[in-house]
Design a protein. Structure first.
Lengths: 561, 147
């Protein structure tokens, strides 16, 4: 008998597999699935009832309980109803016999337990574990055994002892096994739909991506997929792009393209500039981001292509402009160097040739005075003196001019300078040259800067020297050197309370050989401030003055960055 | 063999030449003075070549007064060449020039000048310079044995 029950169970398992195949592709239509499911479960129940364990005519035991419970649990109300109607009709009308009522009750209870479990599962969302399935199986078959009490003439007394144990052991197990099949199937279906969705998503992503994309077989360099943007960019339909060798798109030499594919696969050069051909025959500069994609154990080369033509053109333009600029700068530099050299040789000539006649003028006047002075009258000697003085003065002017021109040409040697110390030393020296003068000097403590030491010294000698010079007639002469910060810039000031000057003439202040004061009263060649301005300008700074006649003068300067 | 006391004055400007000679006379420096009017002549004189091929080696100068800006061959080049020759390697050379350009001073010493004197514009000062120059180089200074 056990063998017979096992055969019955095997049949059920076999048939449920057929069921899966039949309804697998119909998941999109729930009503159809329910109806076909109901018909199938009904048919299988009938088949089960046709190969039962038979006690006598009309008293049979088979796997219908399992099938109907499963119909309830997995098929839902409509499926169950159809299956119940079909199975009951077969049981009553075709088989009949004394077990008809008990058998039909069995059908109903199994379906009810299954359907109850169906609703419980939907409501709680809980998983169907081994324990729960066995419990449902036991419930179904306890109900089945209970239904045997409905057999006429208390036949159950003879039957139950024989069937109770095998049914309570084997049927719940079989129920569990078949349920497991259904559960696996459910899971597979779920996986499959997720996979399909994922596939659709990524396909859409690839196809509709705004970037031009190609997939290439790395072994032979053949394009295996191309997206819509690629169609648009290259101008070939997708099916013409697919199957085309990648090299046929590249306007670079084939070996170069192959090397790039190899580099991209080795992740060596994931992004590079390339030139690609279009269907129209045009050639575009493209940025290619390439790299291997591994999936399911194989590798394809993915290429994302950006049109870089405009950028490359712009870059080339910039490059050309730069080269042009460099050429121009080189030319200007050459011109400047030539001019500088010319200036230098000019200065050299001035230094030599312009001074020689002065020496002759001075020398021979001097000799004339010495040797024939006695024969000359006072006026003639005065004239000679004027000639000699002017020769000497011109020599001084030449020296000053050369100094001025040299400052513009020599390179700056920037070092940290203690301005306070430098100004103090200079002031001390100036004071020593004028021991008769009494000047109140104030130099701010802690001033320092970065500049060319020798040149800055020239500036301070000039400014402090002027301050001394133009306070000569001031009763309580005062000179100061201070600094202040304005807008992040240090402004240095040399102030005096001397004769000052009229600001109306201040534009001449820094012009070579322009003097604001009488030469006989205040000595000097009139070049000191020009030199100072040139030095300050070389440092990227500014120099200016504020003054009023009789109220002193204040010279300000900055030293640039 | 008597030691030579001659001076070679290398000077192209006739005014300067005259003033220099006057300054020598003023200071009673009576050493024989030979004048070369360009660099080439100076070298010919020193190396006894060309027009000076027959010059008596006993008239070799014991002092050269050298201007820098000279026709044909410049003063610095003259200096370089005479320092390259063993015969004139140790000969005292005083650069006496108008220039006070730094590079002239630096180059003169680099090429082996013994002294650098800028000719002052004032004749009085020039006179003084010549006096001190003569005193130092012709009296005080010991020269190596005659070449």
């Amino acid at each position: 008998m056990v063998i017979a029950i096992l055969q019955n169970i095997s049949l059920i398992i076999l048939i449920t597999m057929v069921y899966h195949y039949v309804i697998r592709d119909l998941t999109a239509k729930p009503l159809t699935v329910s109806i076909i499911g109901g018909l199938l479960f009904g048919s299988v129940s009938i088949l089960a009832m046709m190969s039962p364990v038979r006690f006598e005519a009309g008293v049979i035991y088979d796997g219908r309980t399992i099938i109907l419970a499963i119909a309830g649990l997995f098929g839902g109300p409509l499926t169950t109803a159809i299956a119940v109607v079909m199975a009951s009709a077969f049981r009553i009308l075709y088989i009949g016999g004394p077990g008809a009522i008990a058998g039909t009750t069995t059908i109903a209870t199994a379906a009810a337990v299954g359907l109850g479990s169906y609703y419980w599962r939907r409501k709680t969302g809980k998983g169907l574990t081994f324990k729960r399935l066995i419990l449902i199986g036991l419930l179904v078959h306890l109900a089945m055994l209970a239904a045997q009490l409905m057999l006429p003439e208390q036949r159950w007394k003879a039957i139950l002892p024989v069937i109770a144990l095998p049914i309570l052991i084997l049927y719940p197990l079989a129920f569990y096994l078949v349920c497991k099949l259904f559960l696996d199937n459910e899971e597979r279906a779920r996986d499959r739909s997720m996979l399909e969705e994922s596939e659709a998503r990524y396909r859409a992503l690839f196809q509709n991506h705004r970037s031009t994309m190609l997939l290439v077989n790395p072994d032979n360099g053949i394009i295996i997929d191309a997206n819509l943007e690629a169609e648009k960019f290259y101008g070939w339909p997708r099916d013409e792009l697919i199957g085309r060798p990648l090299i046929s798109l590249s306007a670079l030499p084939p070996e170069e393209t192959e090397k790039r594919i190899k580099d991209a696969l080795a992740l060596k050069n994931a992004s590079f500039l390339c030139r690609h051909r279009l269907a129209s025959g045009g050639i575009r500069d493209v940025d290619v981001a390439a790299g291997p994609i591994d999936y399911l154990g194989r590798t394809v080369l993915s290429l994302i292509i950006y049109d870089a033509t405009a950028r490359v053109e712009a870059e080339n333009e910039v490059l050309a402009l730069n080269q042009n600029l460099e050429r121009k700068v080189a030319k200007r530099t050459q011109e400047l160097e030539d001019a500088n050299r010319e200036l230098e040789s000019f200065a050299y000539s001035v230094s030599h040739d312009l001074r020689a006649p002065l020496r002759a003028l001075e020398g021979f006047s001097s000799l004339l005075e010495e040797e024939s002075g006695a024969a000359l009258d006072e006026t003639a000697r005065h004239y000679l003196d004027r000639i000699r003085r002017n020769a000497t003065k011109m020599s001084q002017l030449i020296d000053d001019l050369l100094r001025l021109s040299r400052i513009g040409r020599q390179a700056l040697d920037l070092v940290e300078i203690d301005l306070t110390a430098m100004a103090s030393d200079i002031a001390e020296e100036i004071a020593a040259q004028h021991p008769d003068r009494k000047v109140a000097l104030r130099i701010q403590e802690g001033m320092s800067t970065r500049a060319d030491k020798a040149l800055l010294e020239v500036v301070l000698v000039n400014l402090l020297g002027n301050a001394w010079k133009f306070t000569a007639s001031t009763p309580e002469a005062a000179v100061s050197f201070t600094s202040m910060d304005k807008d992040g810039e240090s402004i240095y000031a040399v102030s005096d309370n001397g004769v000052g000057f009229d600001m109306a003439y201040s534009q001449n202040l820094f012009t070579p050989f322009q003097r604001l004061h009488d030469e006989r009263e205040y000595a000097g060649s009139g070049i000191g401030l020009s030199i100072a301005r040139r030095i300050i300008a070389r440092h990227g700074g500014r120099i200016w003055a504020e003054a009023a006649p009789g109220k002193g003068a204040e010279f300000f300067f900055t030293l640039g960055g | 063999m008597t030691e030579s006391t001659a001076i070679l004055l290398v000077e192209d400007n006739p005014d300067d030449e005259e003033l220099t000679l006057l300054a020598f006379r003023n200071n009673r420096i009576a050493n024989p003075i030979h004048i070369a009017r360009d660099g080439a002549e100076a070298l010919d004189f020193l190396f006894r070549k060309g027009a000076y091929a027959d010059r008596d080696p006993r008239s070799n100068p014991r002092l050269v007064l050298l201007d820098l800006k000279l026709p044909k061959i410049g003063g610095l080049e003259v200096l370089r060449r005479l320092r390259a020759e063993p015969a004139t390697q140790a000969l005292p050379v005083v650069v006496l020039t108008t220039s006070n350009q730094d590079e002239d001073i630096v180059n003169s010493y680099r090429f082996g000048a013994n002294s650098f004197i800028r000719k002052p514009v004032e004749f009085g000062k020039f006179n003084e310079a010549i006096r001190e120059l003569g005193y130092y180089w012709l009296l005080l200074n010991e020269v190596p044995p005659a070449y």
